[in-house]
Design a protein around this ligand. Sequence first.
Ligand code: AMP
Length: 187
Amino acid sequence: MNIVLFGPPGAGKGTQAKYLVKKLNGYQISTGDILRDEIKKDTVIGRQIINNMNEGKFVSDEIVNNLLKNHVFDAKKKEKLIFDGYPRSLNQAKNLDILLNKSNQKINHIFFLNVNKETIIKRIEKRKILEERTDDNLDTILKRYDTYIDTTKPVLNYYSKNSNFHEIDGAMEIDQITRKIEGFLNV
Ligand code: AMP
């Protein structure tokens, strides 16, 4: 089963992704983590993206799509993909469809964790203290939220017509969100 977790930064996608990885024996495909790893390893890509990441701007579709490809075509991850933070643009959503098609897969469920700005700000500030993430200052948080809402609207429109699209109130407690997701998965 392949799952897309969709929603603004701080909506709890990562938390739910980790839970689903355990529950379904799957693989979390977090483009944020993949990109941060490139920066940590100081790769050519890492040097190209560090400024955008720190400013809360999106990394180019070309770079993200390319990094993602390896994961979709990884045989051991087939039908076990838990996407966290991808796709974030219409180009990425269409690219994902093409990659999945080519590898004889599909998206089984799309979960949209919908949360308002105030809740997001509170959560990311908390995470900043816990994880010491360098891109997490208030200015960046707000920019990331606004960028997210603007850029992902077309993705939301693209997916929301599908019968496997489920909107969930991301302001609920973590456990409640998990129960909701499980309800749709029948697990
Ligand atoms: P995240 O950990 O998902 O909050 O992502 C952190 C940052 O990585 C974002 O603010 C973007 O700069 C970048 N990023 C992560 N995923 C994507 C993506 N799918 N497309 C473009 N940029 C991304």
